[in-house]
Design a protein around this ligand. Structure first.
Ligand code: SF4
Ligand code: SF4
Length: 431
């Protein structure tokens, strides 16, 4: 969505030293350092959280809702991401974790992993019936969807037009459990900053059914403290197929298309999307693409090492088979899961809305870029010389913000002064 002003990922100016580390990691070149502090360009940020991981001074953070936000509602429902289960030792069953979560003040808990099974069925059908050229790309990771909107708009038609498991779980609560009630608050328990943003600026639906997003790290300690004494209730319904969505390969396996591939980590996702744009994915039917390392288990709002969390989840996936089948918590086979509206390109990288002016600016940018040293040193506050040239062409900075151009100008000025110093007034010039 263009004009977006809210982002979960934000800067704490008091902690930022202007070290420029983060500018090199941002996949959309959304960060600049100006006047000794980082700034995030709203229109480019995809809330991937890379800068949170990269900052050595903890100056970047993901803003989410506090647990107390549920107090605004009479009926409070938690919809936890399956990543939550991987944060705790396997001696605590999923029933126990869900019961402890309910004990924090929620009236009901519904697993997003269960909604993920519904989405997997719809996704499998969508891949089989796809109309687009090339593979379908999962739309479950909001950062990947935004990455495509900003950097790969030609691939928007490949996005799977199916609502996310989070959205489906929230809608089930509002439409099937409490229809017509306005006092129900649904809170997603999230591993990721992108979900906070997408609950306010939804993708594929007009309005999100999610009322708040609480970071896993913000409820981890109270949950861990209450788990040992919690009485287990039979709250878990998801099979391993839904739980596996928390890590890489989970959605691919659940969709079940043998011509699917999985990729995680924003740099590798970009490589795969570039390959797809260059026509190198002819035999692929489906791409599961997750921005965080190892999938949602690597989200910036988690606590546990992603690889430990994934191993725990795999063990849990095997264990739920022995738990046996439980009836679905609600009938949902007739729920419409398709997108309500298309996802649009975000023209954040376009130089000017007018094509002619954009071409003139592009030429200007190329001339400026050619005059720069090409060291990508970052001392100008931009991630690369090319990005700096773009900033100059856009009028955001001046060319002498490049230390090398400044030195070049000073040298030229000094030479001119020396030349001028040699010039004699006509009355004294004996030649
Ligand atoms: S990495 Fe970025 S946000 Fe962190 S201190 Fe350095 S410039 Fe500031
Ligand atoms: S969240 Fe991602 S896109 Fe946004 S500024 Fe940080 S690294 Fe860049």
């Amino acid at each position: 969505m263009n004009g977006q002003t809210f982002h979960s990922v934000t800067l704490d100016p008091a902690k930022c030293t202007g070290c420029t580390t983060c500018i090199r990691y941002c996949p959309t070149e959304a960060i600049r350092v100006r006047k000794g502090r980082a700034i995030i360009m709203d229109e480019r940020c995809i809330d991937c959280g890379e800068c949170i991981r990269a900052c050595p001074h903890n100056a970047k953070k993901a803003v989410s809702d506090p647990l107390a936000a549920m107090e605004r509602f009479n009926i409070r429902v938690a919809i936890p991401a399956p990543t939550l289960y991987g944060q705790f030792d396997e001696k605590f069953t999923i029933d126990r974790i869900l019961s402890a979560l309910k004990g924090l003040g929620f009236d009901q808990v519904l697993e997003v992993a269960w909604a993920a099974e519904l989405v997997s069925n719809a996704g499998a059908l969508s891949v089989d019936q796809r109309q687009c050229k090339g593979p379908m790309i999962s739309s479950a990771c909001p950062a990947v969807v935004k990455l495509i909107q900003v950097r790969f708009p030609s691939l928007i038609e490949n996005l799977m037009p199916i609502q996310s498991p989070m959205e489906v779980a929230a809608r089930l609560i509002k439409e099937r459990f409490y229809p017509g009630r306005a006092d129900v608050g649904v809170f997603f328990i999230s591993p990721c900053a992108g979900k906070v943003t997408v609950s306010r600026y939804p993708q594929g639906v007009k309005t999100s059914a999610v009322d708040g997003v609480i970071g896993i790290k913000d409820i981890y300690v109270p949950l861990r403290n209450t788990l040992p004494g919690t009485v287990e209730l039979p709250l878990a319904h998801a099979s391993g197929r839904g739980i596996a969505w928390a890590h890489i390969d989970g959605e691919s396996d659940a969709v079940g298309n043998p011509a699917g591939i999985s990729v995680s980590g924003i740099a590798d996702v970009i490589s795969v999307l570039e390959a797809l744009e260059n026509g190198k994915m002819a035999n692929v039917a489906f791409i599961e693409a997750l921005a965080c390392p190892a999938g949602c288990v690597g989200g910036p709002l988690t606590v546990e090492n992603p690889y430990i969390a994934r191993a725990r989840l795999r063990a849990r996936e095997r264990r739920v088979v022995s738990r046996g089948h439980r009836q679905p918590p609600v009938a949902a086979d007739d729920l419409e899961l398709g997108w309500e509206e298309p996802v649009q390109a975000r023209e954040a990288l376009r130089l000017h809305p007018d094509m002619l002016k954009a071409m003139i600016m592009m030429e200007e940018m190329e001339v400026i870029h050619a005059s720069l040293p090409g060291l990508d040193c970052g001392s100008c506050g931009a991630p690369t010389c090319k990005a700096f040239a773009e900033d100059v062409a856009r009028g955001h900075v001046v060319i002498t913000d490049c230390i090398f151009k400044l030195r070049e100008n000073v040298r030229k000025l000094a030479e001119q002064l020396i030349d001028m110093e040699r010039i004699q007034p006509p009355g004294l010039d004996k030649d």
